[in-house]
Design a protein around this ligand. Structure first.
Ligand code: ZN
Ligand code: ZN
Length: 180
């Protein structure tokens, strides 16, 4: 959905939209991230008076995203929900170094080009920001065995046991030496 600057010159744009999984591509922005539930967003986009075409977009968005678990490569599910309040300037106004320096303190300031701002781009970015750095299917995920590659959530492989037995065997060998 285009948030048209021309339309904002006439009135505020109120949006309340739903996108089904697949209609917004998360995977291209962050590899392996998929949407698995309807994405709902509502809010308002408006031109702020007396600011030189500055646009404010605020509202909330929610959906469920999933990715591969960092530890076991299984499915990691993340319900995400956030509200946002963002400000955009026309890209032509980004002129002097002085202004750029001031902008560094304004984390929420973005830039737009005509004909306007694509709402889906805003929502994708806001939702991806909500994902944790470490994406695991559960905090207790045991991951993949580095020796045999088994998913240790599903099977208990014998690799750990073999290590223990090897250690025991060595002690046994030492004891044998002492005895003789
Ligand atoms: Zn996992
Ligand atoms: Zn193993």
């Amino acid at each position: 959905m285009l948030l048209s600057i021309k339309e904002m010159e006439v009135r505020k744009i109120a949006f309340a939209e739903t996108w089904q999984p697949g209609e917004i591509d998360f995977d291209f922005a962050d590899a392996g991230v998929r949407q698995t539930a309807p994405l709902r967003a509502e809010g308002v986009a408006e031109l702020l008076p007396h600011t030189g075409e500055e646009v404010r977009v605020h509202g909330k968005v929610e959906t469920v995203l999933e990715s591969d678990c960092d530890r076991c490569l299984g499915r990691a599910t993340f319900p995400v929900s956030t509200s946002f309040d963002l400000f955009y300037r026309p890209v032509e106004l980004e002129v002097t170094a002085e202004e750029v320096a001031i902008d560094e303190g304004e984390a929420e300031m973005g830039f737009y080009e005509l004909p306007g701002i694509v709402l889906e781009d805003i929502l994708r970015e806001q939702l991806l920001l909500q994902l944790p750095m470490q994406r695991v299917c559960s905090e207790s995920c045991k991951g993949i065995c580095p020796s045999c590659g088994a998913n240790r959530n599903e099977v208990s492989c014998n690799c750990g046991v073999v290590h223990t037995m090897t250690a025991d065997d060595r002690w046994q060998a030492l004891r044998d030496i002492k005895v003789h």
